[in-house]
Design a binder for this molecule. Structure first.
Ligand code: NAG
Length: 399
């Protein structure tokens, strides 16, 4: 018997179709409903826990339905105001032009709170500070003319001053400053009442959102009268220097004497789903108290020329409060993708819960042979003992 080529082709086509059918196959899970109270309770508790986790922790606590942008773009402008009585040779009153360094209104600034003044320095020859090392001599040859004194105040002239602790004579601004500790008597007391105005603009480019720390409503009159206070005026951008120091946990008196560094932290935590919820939070922390050598000081000079062309200067070693204004924070906004991902992961956990309950069910069934006494399996047929376990489950757990 021979097959015709047509019949052969038809058979081949039918075989091919059978092979392709698996692509369109869909297997369902067979469900078993049980009235076991313990198991049911366990499953409900598990479901409730997952729901609680999803709603309470993921969505309410961690805002899992939002995306976060923590690259904050920020600009800070500062302005210090206040005048103080001082007792210096040049002036008896200091304004911000005199005591703020640098005076560009930047986010790092120093406000002078104490000073040591060395008056009437002129360029000339004089003796060097004997406490400076590598500058002792016993004869002129040991002082190389033209050589600078390391960490000193001038250039060696080539003369050894035997009358002055055997130090090399220098050319520089003379007389040199006498090293001493800062004196509490020269503290600029009024500095405690100086005010610092901080203007901060921020932007979160991912959400194209901008904000500022200066309240917009009644701006002018508000700024004239307000002073930052954590409870009364938490959004006033004007700060009293004394408050900044005390909020950092130190006394103004102690800090004004030798100076110090304080970080003014502006934290933005913006929930862009709530329109008004993007306000700064200020905190103050002292940054220089890790070592014994606390304090902050630097030197500057003011120069004078008289009608005869004689030049002199006043040198100041100043102690001050160094402020660094640091801005950080993040913004959040609803987004469908994290929402779906979080819900999906909670659903996966729930599936794990039903898997666990399946295992428990099987375990109970195996242990107690009589199904009727504790569980009733509703299936097409009533089954007893081991037969109660449906084929699907048996395969699932390879019993
Ligand atoms: C600071 O200002 C208050 C109130 O204006 C004043 O009573 C106090 O004496 C001032 N403090 C100093 C150190 O000037």
């Amino acid at each position: 018997m021979s097959t015709s080529p047509v019949a052969g082709a038809v058979m081949a086509w039918q075989n091919g179709q059978k092979r392709l059918l698996f692509l369109f196959e869909y297997t369902t899970v067979r469900y078993v409903s049980t009235q076991n109270k313990k198991l049911g309770l366990l499953y409900r508790i598990f479901q409730l826990t997952i729901m609680g986790y999803l709603i309470g922790w993921v969505f309410l606590k961690n805002k899992g339905y939002q995306v976060k942008d923590d690259t904050i773009e920020s600009s800070v402008v500062t302005k210090v105001k206040g005048v103080a009585h001082v007792n210096t040779i040049d002036a008896d009153l200091w304004g911000p032009e005199d005591y703020v360094f640098p005076n560009l209104g930047e986010n790092f600034l120093s406000i002078i709170t104490n000073f040591i003044e060395t008056q009437n320095q002129t360029l000339g020859n004089c003796s060097e500070d004997p406490s400076i090392p590598y500058n002792t001599c016993s004869k002129n040859e040991e002082c190389t003319a033209g050589e600078a004194v390391r960490a000193g105040n001038g250039i060696k002239t080539g003369i050894c001053l035997e009358t002055n602790n055997h130090t090399c004579e220098i050319y520089g601004w003379c007389p040199i400053e006498i090293r001493k500790d800062p004196d509490a008597a020269t503290i600029v007391r009024e500095a405690e009442n100086f005010t610092l105005y901080i203007r901060n603009f921020i932007r979160f480019s991912q959400f194209n959102f901008s904000a500022t720390n200066v309240p917009m409503e009644n701006r002018r009159s508000y700024l004239k009268n307000c002073l930052y206070n954590k409870t009364v005026h938490p959004y006033c951008p004007i700060f009293r220097l004394g408050d900044i120091v005390s909020k950092s946990g130190h006394s103004f008196e102690e800090m004004a004497l030798r100076g110090g560094s304080i970080g003014v932290l502006i934290e933005w935590s913006c929930d862009l789903d709530k329109y008004s919820d993007c306000r700064p939070n200020y905190s103050f922390v002292r940054l220089d108290n890790l070592s014994e050598a606390v304090g902050f000081n630097f030197r500057f000079a003011r120069y004078f020329t008289d009608a005869a062309g004689r030049r002199w200067r006043t040198l100041y070693t100043v102690f001050g409060i160094h402020l660094g204004i640091m801005v950080f924070g993040s913004a959040r906004k609803f987004s469908i993708i994290p929402t779906i991902i979080n819900i999906a992961s909670a659903l996966t956990l729930m599936a794990a819960g039903s898997y666990f309950c399946d295992v428990m069910l099987l375990y109970m069934m195996k242990k107690k042979r009589s199904v009727h006494t504790f569980t009733q399996v509703e299936s097409n047929e009533r089954m007893t003992t081991n037969d109660a376990i449906p084929e699907g489950l048996k395969r699932k757990f390879s019993l």
